[in-house]
Design a protein around this ligand. Sequence first.
Ligand code: EPS
Length: 376
Amino acid sequence: MIRLTTAGESHGKGLFAILEGIPAGLNLDLSRIDARLALRQSGYGRGERQKIESDRAEILSGVRNRVTLGSPITLAVRNRDYGNWEECMAPEGCDTEKRRLSKVRPGHADLSGMLKFGQNDARNILERASARETAVRVAAGEICRQLLAALGIEIAGYVKSVGTVSDDKQYSFEEISHRSELLGMLDRDAEERACRLIDACKAEGDTLGGVAELRIKGLKSGYGSCMTYREKLDARLCAALMSVQAVKGVEVGLGFSASALRGSEVHDEIYRDKTLGYFRKTNRAGGIEGGMSNGEEIVLRAAMKPIPTLMRGLRTVDTDTLLPASAASERSDVCAILAFETVCEAAVAAELAAVVSERLGGDTVEELCRRNGELK
Ligand code: EPS
């Protein structure tokens, strides 16, 4: 069974992951792990922290000579910024009065976490709640993506909207590979407007969210199950997306828009051809029917809310004084949508790899490939 656990604080020593259940014999392209990490750090609208970090994944176990052993894989992404924070973050002893945070940020985990975990310093909450955690999820997700690729399953994605700037065109899987490096959008005109919107938000000390669209190609039919609700493929992939920091909505296929249409406008009619077998001329279902893949491309979208650290601090309460205050802010990303898209792909890769390995079983990559090949 493939299972991913992460640990680590945003300004602690680093982010760590244990990835269990990757079969033996997977040849890893390590440069692609670091390339994904670099992508997660990039994008127009990122803030000052990314100038400090230069993320690289260190593999501490489970891999020998770039080939997986079948044993748990341990990954580490060190925080360069730890050097600046050691005096207030060191597990071995530090000054916890330094960098206290009591002007809790609306929309962040600060206040709910303090109340839940009995803390009087939001630092003890935000360090773990921070989206910095996604660095190591991206590293682990890339290993899962490489396993899926060995089975002919590919994942791609792009940025569909930034704030109010939206690209509503439809693209093929192949077209997505031509997305821009600036914001991960496909429509250059929309991207230029998105950049201007980010500039305007930055000038006003504000932040922006957006929507990422993801596609999965090459997944055979019958992954997931209609038999128990926990096994439903859409439920599992959407939960994986929902687990990404700042996600407030997920969709499959037509998603929310299907609710306003008629059945005849929503359901994909079924055809049969001697060579193609069963097929559909449309894919409004987004490749999932009854909680199972139907052999078409999987289409998912995730909506990211604007980052909750605003330079122009929202109204809040100081939990030390119980008086009104302006929420804490030292530095912030204005918009992290390209990072978000990269993380969504990684989260989906990890969950899909788990779904696939649960169905196929097997201890070696060769076994998984053979069993996947035997599926209709
Ligand atoms: C984050 C706050 C910022 C972001 C961080 C997520 O960090 P800092 O407080 O150090 O300025 O930069 O994201 C990352 C560090 C990253 O690598 O993505 C938050 O509060 O969620």
